[in-house]
Design a protein around this ligand. Structure first.
Ligand SMILES: Cc1cc2nc3c(=O)[nH]c(=O)nc-3n(C[C@H](O)[C@H](O)[C@H](O)COP(=O)(O)OP(=O)(O)OC[C@H]3O[C@@H](n4cnc5c(N)ncnc54)[C@H](O)[C@@H]3O)c2cc1C
Length: 387
């Protein structure tokens, strides 16, 4: 544990050192905001970020998520220059396999919208899907949606890049420090109480991922975020694997895979998973995963599989993020509840939070993502590209 004392004041305290917190710290410090302090109770990236599959995409079903995804994708492609880090970006495309007429109709509408917004996705037939992703069995597949600019990159490298550049711009990022409470006066947060001392703060930003509801409570703000376990597995090295395997998703089952080193990373949702901070890897999902593999990528049954890890999705009731400035507590902002998309939205979200902090107009109107939407009934359309 570092013996360097905590600063006793900050213009902005960011709570959480995952991809969102480090992106926010970087964007604020780069914009010249002095005395930015980020507090992380573990190591940088140790929460959900280092458990992510690394998927990055702009294929979503509504304008706001498409905008956040596309803006971030652009930033990922230039990450080597700004903030200045190699992130092993593979733009191999995202391939959604569709097996009901309803799914096909919905994706046709979504692709049209994505195209209007400049995303180069397209509907493709079954033969082309098989050519792009040769491991799949296309029995029952009616069509697919493919977006060639999507792909995957390495979450730890993204965190490293943002953290290093934030520090270069003068931000203080401290690990091993737990935020225990927030002191409040009137409708403002005045200080952040930690296990290593108290920091007076002009602005506080919650980037605490699956743990955000507790941080919201400290500020008197309802952040409806539930932790839900998600798991991944790996295949052994697969000689002859094509160099560019798209991030392939069987939309009906949510089974997905992408290339990782010399093998594949595999994942899938488990509809029976109860919410909670379950972080241990469990074999409970294997029968369902095995059935999905048998139906959609049976060649993987002949390959050795190894358990990967468990992590937490930070899920909101409508599977859309919570981004904004709290109405009840004026100097408390939040960026959380990404419901499985936090890694891919992090660059754009860092920009948006920077602008909200500085009173600038963000590049996209995030008011529909206000946490207050659930209380006022002004809900946004549930995100449908949930995997
Ligand atoms: C298996 C799996 C696969 C995924 N795949 C993808 C994917 O392909 N693409 C994608 O976009 N997303 C994916 N995700 C989701 C993605 O990982 C998250 O949305 C994203 O990492 C959220 O980042 P964050 O910074 O908000 O949260 P985190 O990375 O969880 O960071 C929050 C941090 O806050 C810290 N913290 C909490 N409370 C306190 C406190 N009181 N004091 C101090 N520190 C505190 C925690 O220790 C933690 O490090 C996946 C998730 C899982 C589990």
């Amino acid at each position: 544990m570092s013996r360097i004392p905590l600063p006793d004041r900050a213009s902005v305290v960011v709570i959480g050192g995952g991809v969102i917190g480090t992106s926010v710290a970087f964007h604020l410090a780069e914009a010249g905001v002095p005395d930015v302090v980020l507090l992380e109770r573990g190591e940088l990236g140790c929460g959900s970020t280092c458990r992510a599959a690394g998927g990055v995409r702009a294929q979503f079903s509504d304008e706001l998520n498409i905008a956040l995804g596309a803006r971030s994708l652009e930033a990922f492609t230039r990450f080597r220059e700004r903030p200045g880090q190699e992130i092993d970006l593979h733009q191999v495309g995202y391939l959604f396999l569709l097996s009901t007429p309803e799914q096909v109709a919905a994706f046709e509408r979504d692709v049209e919208l994505q195209n209007e917004l400049g995303v180069t996705s397209r509907m493709i037939d079954v033969d082309e899907a098989r050519r792009l992703s040769p491991l799949i069995d296309t029995e029952g597949v009616l069509a697919a949606a493919f977006s060639p600019d999507d792909g995957h990159c390495t979450p730890e490298s993204v965190v490293l890049g943002y953290a290093t550049a934030a520090r270069r711009h003068g931000a203080v990022l401290r690990t091993g420090i737990e935020v225990l409470d927030l002191e409040r006066r009137g409708d403002c947060v005045t200080a952040v109480v930690t296990d290593r001392g108290t920091i007076s703060a002009e602005t506080v930003i919650c980037a605490a991922g699956a743990w955000s509801a507790a941080v919201g409570e400290m500020a008197g703000v309802d952040l409806p975020v539930q932790p839900v376990r998600r798991q991944v597995m790996f295949t052994e090295p697969m000689p002859g694997l094509p160099p560019a395997v798209p991030f392939t998703i069987d939309f009906a089952t949510s089974f997905y895979f992408h290339r990782e080193g010399r093998g594949l990373l595999l994942g899938m949702s488990d509809p029976e998973q109860e919410p909670g901070f379950h972080l241990e890897y469990s074999d409970g999902w294997l029968p369902r995963l095995g059935a999905a593999i048998e139906a959609r990528a049976p060649r993987l049954l002949d390959v050795g599989l190894a358990p990967g890890w468990a992590g937490l999705y930070e899920v909101t009731p409508d599977h859309n993020a919570l981004i904004g400035r709290a109405e009840e507590t004026a100097n408390f902002l939040y960026a959380t509840g990404f419901s499985g998309h936090g890694f891919l939205q992090a660059p754009a979200v860092g920009e948006v939070i920077r602008d909200l902090c500085l009173g600038r107009e963000p590049f996209v109107d995030v008011r529909p993502l206000s946490a207050a939407r659930f209380a006022t009934g002004a809900s946004v359309r549930p995100e449908t590209h949930v995997v």
